[in-house]
Ligand binder design. Sequence first.
Ligand SMILES: Cc1ncc(C[n+]2csc(CCOP(=O)(O)OP(=O)(O)O)c2C)c(N)n1
Ligand SMILES: [Mg+2]
Length: 935
Amino acid sequence: MSGWQEFSGFNRGYVLELYEKYRENPSSVDAETRGVFEQWTPPALDEAPSAAAGTIPLEKVVGAVNLAESIRRYGHLAARLDPLGARPPIGDPSLLAATHGVTDEDLRSIPANLVAGPLDGVTTACDAIEALRRIYCSTTGYDYAHVFVPEEREWLRQASERGRFRAPADPIDPVALLDRLSQVEAFERFLQRTFPGKTRFSIEGLDMLVPVLDEVIAEAGEAGIRQILVGMAHRGRLNVMAHVLNKPYAQILAEFKDPVSRPFREDMAWTGDVKYHAGAHRAIKGGEAMDVVVSMPPNPSHLEAVDPIVEGMARAAGTSVDGAGAPIFDPARSVPILIHGDAAFPGQGVVAETLNLSRLPGYSTGGTIHIIVNNQLGFTTGPEDVYSTSYASGLARGFKIPIVHVNADDPEACVEAARLAFAYRARFQRDFLIDLIGYRRHGHNEGDEPAFTQPLTYQKIGWHPTAREIWASRLVERGVVSGEKAEGIYQARASEMQAAYEALRPEQDLVEPEPEAPPPGAAAKANTTVSIERLRELNASLLALPSDFTLHKKLERGREKRVHMLDAIDDRSVDWATAEELALASILSDGVSIRLTGEDVERGTFSHRHAVLHDFTNGRAHVPLQTLPQARAAFEVHNSPLTENAVLGFEYGYNVQEPSRLVIWEAQYGDFINGAQVVIDEFLVSARGKWGQRPSLVLLLPHAHEGQGPDHASARPERFLQLAADINMRVANCTTAAQYFHLLRRQAALLLVDPLPLVVLTPKSLLRHAMVASSPREFAEGRFRMVIQDHEAESRADAIRRVIVCSGKIYVDLMSAEQRADRPDVAICRLEQLYPVPMRDLRAVIDAYPEAGEVVWVQEEPENMGAWEFVRPHLQEVSGGRAVRRVARARSASPAEGSAARHTHHQQMLIAQAFGGKPVARPRTVVDVPAPQPR
Ligand SMILES: Cc1ncc(C[n+]2csc(CCOP(=O)(O)OP(=O)(O)O)c2C)c(N)n1
Ligand SMILES: [Mg+2]
């Protein structure tokens, strides 16, 4: 047998490297290795080798090296990772010496250096293999052979084999750790006894999560990180809130009491949320440096939905935007920690979407520390039905994230994992995953009987000592503390809980966040005009290119047109894209920074934006809004990955973390927003009422029926309008470039005084339509109009019999219709802001036509979609007794026709109906309109 051929590429390289070292300088290797090499020459790679290392047959050396490498790669398969021992290590034949044709005796005759790598203090290969087994097959499973970058793999290998983060090299205070575990356990036991059956999602079985977080946070603080963002679900959340975020026991206990006698917030804008969804902040006083802030945002029950939100928060916290140009992100300023469930991590797609953000320039947070709180169960479902990977963490392998599986009953191993995770992140700015493997002491929640489905596991758990008990016995064995002392530590922590309970005054101790009411009328008062001089200056600056920049010919023509766009103040010359760029430029010059993201937003789906220009000769990028001399704040624009859920969540997080910045996300087409419905429902529209957050994210959603088929038509305005309540957002569908300009500027002006999410249905074909263009005067003198009157019709108001009210593109279709000429009795008004419904303005617009007998809502969407069902009662309320009708496509399950010809046919029918029928004079008797229902 030829030993040389047995070497895998890596080991072959290692032996060759060692041999090279020896040839250059024989004393650079130790005496025993020298002895081997003195009698051995590596064969040419294509030669069948036959030489053996003197008295040690070469195949034995090969076997030893391959065995060592197998232990490094696959040792985790033999590690004791399950505290219950219910899932014994699966092992692998490659971990056995015999598989490699070596015995312990052979190994004893081989010098350690051939296999030792970073290992210290070993002389023979046998010692080295034993040491490697102790490291790789213990209560930690190092799972990072999938890391591609050799430098990173080497760093990880050095760290684990040298025990860089383990005691004694990196000491642990054993008594402080015992105290911490006592606190964690006493908290749960007290709640279990005092509030039996009340849901708290106990941490028990994964108690080490708290010391692991302590460790990461302490390391982060020491490294100068100022913002730590923690995202987690229900499991162990109360314990983490109490002990990591220092939420007072009194507040937690008061929430358990849930006193009925407290004054309830009866205004419906406030619903609050259950206690295990609440967020918390903690400022830790940092010595001579600044404070460290640890924040846990609130999150909904939807597992893992908070992941991208935390990433966005961390990105915002680490980004400075004060100067013009691109913002500066510093990974040393913030760190995100994401705590996942072992069933949720592999199951929820948003996890993969979030992991995919980690290395993208527009989204990176300089590395996330992931912790799977792996209790080997998802409610009642075991691992065999939960993931197709070998471990719950399998997904992370594809992203080349180093993984450490660790037995949660071994506190020292857990602490090492935490330190290793932070140090790796600090060194490489990449994600790291700790798979903290424990069990779940109770049912899924505390009222749930786990033995129905996992009887054997729960028999075992019944007998299994707690992490604190295990650590206490270990310390007693080591003579660090006495049994009495350990018990005393626990009792002291239990008494603290008892004392907090006895001192509780539930009504007073319960603190609910108070969402502030927006200042009345702030939106209407915002001055959004920009003087014509300033607009011209901004336009000129935006058009200026670096001297050596070659533009694509077609783009050049477009920009030439723009040079004179603002010359004639009353010409309707400014198109949608220019209006947007001028709005953004003016906002930057007002000192508000902007972040714009979405699929292909740099160019724009419809090739209209060109926020990033590419030199035609060399591809070099130029971003006009980043070189704008007038700008006083940073601008960033990023093409997003092909994702809706995680990227929208990310922008939401960015927005709530730094609410003074304007954050805009654009969908490729409006309908793709449904891929992010969880973010809409659970955060964007309801976070204010549940948690007191005040988002102001802008969504640009292309929307219009243009014959492109059932998709690419509808941004589903009906969904947003169904969710509209308690003034939780603004929804607009504007029809002119100037309206869009003022809308964006109004949003920027309201960021701090009256923030609300802004949903804008945006044009597609109308982007370049002459009717949508506006005159420069409309930018310099106007404002955003929530309703637009038909001024032409107003001049013959008494002749008007039918008031059409519509929103968006159908307005242009109606105005361009031939039939209009035959109907001087029809006025066409636009509702530009769908929510909050501008009732006063709407009433005024309709009341301008005293003889009109009917109000007709015209929409191109099917009757069961679009705004009709939402606006109907509002129109009835302001119609002054006039009949309210609608013209719409017939009710339909699918938003639009698959054939362009059918689309056109239906569109023509709509227009015909809008103008058709007999004019109706206003009835002289008042029709009884049902009064709106009280809230
Ligand atoms: C998106 C979503 N689907 C379903 C649920 C219902 N649910 C709540 S907890 C749970 C099991 C979670 O298991 P795991 O992720 O392992 O966390 P654990 O409760 O074990 O800590 C399920 C299915 C949910 N909360 N969110
Ligand atoms: Mg679980």
